[in-house]
Write a protein that binds this ligand. Structure first.
Ligand code: ATP
Length: 811
């Protein structure tokens, strides 16, 4: 019977157990893929809903659930090993003890009934255990969730910490890259820069103070104001310095607080990590409850051995997962350790920065102290300087005050002076008017006196001029030959030759003398008139003009130019330029103007002939240069005449210009070494003026204007052949002229006029009763000094000739 009941129980248990195994296997498969907690719970609930009355099933489910619960607990290898050593703790031992208890009961008289009761008791216990297991399972799930959430939170905290550290690092990096320093360093640098600017402004202030001390003569008020402003500036600088120091201390406090907070956070995090570790350890220490459950389940049935193996397998899977979790925990711990190290490094860095900041702060404080000292020194120096300056200004001010006190009497006297001056100024216009009137009167008196005196002087001058003219005329009448000397200026074309320095000097204060430097000696010559080298044609003609007038008045006149070749004879007699003509043109112009003036009383006839004496006598006005001869006029007057000579009556000055141009064209000229256009002949312009007056009758006068040929020496002119013959003829005629002059000078009874055609033709002009002017042309050049001396000697001889008083030729 007992065996029968046991068999029934076994069958009953096996049938129900199969279902439990299937469900457990399904749960294990689900556990291997899904989360164990929720699946077990789901399985449990299904069982609850669908199979609650079947207690056998419930005990199996309890066992499986206890096994599944053990996967969340930390069941280790230690449990497996302990199962063989400690039989009480293994399912096999439980099964054996259960068997022993069954055999004991088998010996008792209650039999199957007790067994059934115990079975029901066991079922109750199982359900109880199952409830406990479910509870534990839910607790374990909850703890697992908590652990997960804590790990997540911890992970988040670590992430936060990391991100915070990264942020700090980034900020640090940014600050370093931006300014090369941390915030504090940046502030320190800013402060250093501000200190620099303060130093500079202090230096500027010192400079200003020095300038101030270097300027002693400014007004005291301005300096006081400047002093005040400087003091104010120094105070401002001090205040700003204090502000900077306060800012620095605030920053330091802030950085300290920040550091403290950071330390606090770190400490908290460490505490938190420690707490979490403790909790984890605690959770590990809760294994015995599960072991107990396992033992309890083992008692139920030997059939659970298989389940136990399966459960072990599952345990292995779970332990692997646990080891994975452990690995993960270790990794997390490693991460925590690293983050600890990192935070430790950061702390070190922060400490280093702190030390640096402290150092910089000390340096800054030192610098500020130095600046303070310097500032105080500067302020003291400025103050002492300004005090000295102020003292000196005060002294000046007192001195000025003294002077001001001394000023009023002077001011009073000045006021009185000013008042008197003012009254004088008021009366000044009256004084001024009266004075002007007086001055006007005096001036008018003086002017009238002056004009009176001027009139007298003018009268005297006129008388003097008249007397001079009279005397001159008397002299000319007595002497009747005047010698004028014209010095040719040194021209540009003469300057490029050697020996072209001027040796002839004239005296501007003495118009009748000139000096020639010859062989180192000065030789002076006295003549009637000496023209300066720069004398104009007009000036020369002014000396000739009276003679031309004399011609109209009834005197024979002869004007001839003498001198070496190229000395300016033709220039003086004939040509200058178109606007600057020579004596010939000017004389005729003057003649016609005089005739015009006298036309009311006199009627004049002017005839002109031109003769060239070139070996023979030639008519310059005939076309082919007719050869002529000089003869005595057969009218019995004894005057000379040239038969066949063309005589042209001229009515106007324009007419005579054409005649002169024709004569000039026909004159023979050749180039010599001395003159490019040397006149190789004596040219005579013979003007006959016949005036008729009813009262005094008719008067016929002659005016010979002679341009002699050059008096150069033959060797010097380089003449050969025909030119030599010319030169010889020229020299012969000039020699004859000299002889005539010599005879006249010596008052010889015989004057050799007929020795040459020249002297023969000039006989009328050079003879007694004529008026003659000789213009001696000389060169100033050193190369011509010999010729110049010869010409001047001749001129001086002529100067001593007296032709006797001139006589009018009135018929
Ligand atoms: N006073 C003067 N001012 C300027 N030039 C002068 C003067 N006198 C003479 N000459 C110049 O000197 C040169 C020679 O002068 P000019 O022909 O009159 O000499 P000359 O004595 O007549 O010579 P010759 O006997 O050979 O005919 C001319 O070119 C003339 O223009």
């Amino acid at each position: 019977m007992y065996a029968f009941y046991s068999l029934l129980v076994y069958i009953f248990y096996t049938v129900f157990r199969k279902e439990e195994e299937e469900e457990a296997l399904e749960g294990a498969c689900r556990d291997s893929t899904d989360e164990p907690g929720p699946v077990s719970m789901e399985t449990g609930s299904r069982r609850k809903d669908g199979h609650a009355p079947r207690t056998g099933k419930k005990s199996c489910a309890r066992f499986s659930e206890s096994s599944s619960c053990s996967d969340s607990d930390e069941l280790s290898d230690e449990d497996e090993a302990g199962a063989s050593d400690i039989p009480a703790c293994t399912p096999l031992a439980a099964f054996l003890s259960f068997k022993q208890e069954t055999e004991k009961r088998r010996a008792t008289p209650s039999g199957v009934h007790r067994l059934v009761e115990s079975l029901y008791g066991l079922q109750g216990e199982r359900s109880k255990l199952r409830g406990e297991l479910r509870l534990l399972h839910s607790q374990l799930e909850q703890k697992e969730r908590d652990r997960h959430s804590r790990i997540q939170a911890f992970q988040e905290q670590i992430d936060e910490l990391k991100s915070c550290i990264e942020e700090r690092e980034e900020e640090l990096l940014r600050l370093r890259t931006a300014t090369g320093a941390t915030d504090s360093e940046k502030r320190v640098l800013c402060l250093a820069a501000e200190n620099e600017s303060l130093k500079q402004s202090l230096g500027v202030t010192q400079g200003l103070l020095q300038q101030l001390s270097a300027i002693p003569s400014q007004s005291s008020t301005v300096l006081i104001k400047e002093n005040e402003s400087l003091r104010g500036r120094v105070q401002q600088l001090e205040i700003s310095l204090q502000q900077r120091a306060e800012q620095l201390s605030q920053l330091e406090r802030k950085s300290e607080q920040r550091e403290w907070r950071r330390g606090e956070e770190l400490r908290k995090r460490e505490d938190r990590v420690r707490e979490l570790e403790l909790e984890l350890n605690k959770e590990r220490g809760k294994e015995p409850v599960v072991k107990y459950v396992t033992q309890t389940v083992e008692v139920e049935s030997p059939a659970t051995v298989k389940q136990l193996t399966k459960a072990r397998q599952r345990n292995e899977v779970l332990s692997e997962r646990l080891s994975g979790q452990n690995e993960r925990c270790k990794q997390l711990e490693e991460q925590i350790r690293k983050s600890d190290e990192y935070s430790c490094n950061l702390q070190h860095k922060i400490a280093a920065y702190e030390r640096e900041i402290c150092k910089l702060r000390e340096e800054l404080l030192k610098e500020i102290g130095h600046l303070e000292e310097r500032k105080e020194e500067a302020v003291r120096a400025a103050a002492s300087c300004s005090a000295e300056h102020f003292q000196s200004l005060q002294d000046q001010f007192f001195a000025l005050q003294k002077r001001l006190t001394a000023l009023p009497p002077t001011l009073r006297s000045m006021k009185t002076d000013y008042a008197s001056l003012r009254s004088q100024v008021r009366n000044f216009s009256e004084f001024y008017g009266a004075a002007i009137n007086d001055a006007k009167k005096q001036i008018s008196v003086a002017i009238s006196e002056m004009s009176e005196a001027n009139r007298d002087l003018l009268e005297k001058y006129r008388k003097e001029v008249a007397l001079r003219r009279k005397l001159h005329e008397q002299l000319v009448e007595l002497k009747n030959i005047r010698v004028l000397c014209r010095v040719k200026p040194v021209l540009k074309e003469d300057q490029h030759e050697e020996g072209q320095s001027a040796v002839v000097t004239t005296d501007p204060n003495n118009e009748s003398s000139l000096t020639v430097l010859s062989k180192g000696k000065d030789r002076s010559f006295e003549l009637d008139k000496v023209f300066q080298p720069h004398a104009t044609q007009d000036e020369v003609f002014q000396e000739i003009e009276p003679l031309v007038t004399s011609c109209i008045d009834g005197y024979h006149v002869c004007i001839f130019a003498y001198g070496q070749t190229g000395s300016g004879k033709t220039y003086t007699m004939e040509q200058g330029s178109v606007d600057n003509p020579g004596i010939n043109q000017r004389a005729l112009k003057h003649l016609f103007s005089e005739i015009e003036e006298r036309k009311d009383m006199w009627s004049y006839t002017v005839t002109v002939s031109s003769v060239e004496i070139y070996n023979e006598v030639l008519d310059l006005l005939s076309k082919d240069g007719e050869k002529l001869d000089i003869k005595i006029n057969p009218d019995g007057t004894g005057q000379l005449h040239v038969p066949g000579l063309r005589v042209i009556e001229v009515r106007s000055f324009q007419h005579i210009k054409k005649i002169l141009a024709t004569a000039r064209r026909n004159r023979i000229t050749f180039g010599t070494q001395m003159n490019q256009h040397s006149s190789r002949s004596h040219a005579l312009l013979c003007i006959t003026v016949q005036g008729t007056d009813l009262a005094s009758g008719t008067k016929t006068t002659k005016m010979n204007l002679v341009d002699l040929a050059g008096s150069e020496r033959v060797w010097k002119s380089g003449a050969e052949g025909e030119r030599l013959k010319e030169a010889q003829n020229i020299n012969r005629s000039l020699l004859a002229l000299g002889d005539v002059i010599q005879a006249l000078r010596g008052r010889h009874t015989h004057i050799p006029f007929r020795n040459s055609r020249l002297t023969y033709l000039l006989q009328d002009s050079l003879g007694k009763g004529s008026k003659t002017v000789m213009v001696v042309q000389v060169s100033a050049l050193e190369s011509n000094v010999g010729e110049t001396l010869c010409s001047l000697k001749f001129a001086q001889r002529v100067c001593k000739v007296e032709l006797g008083p001139a006589a009018r030729k009135i018929e």
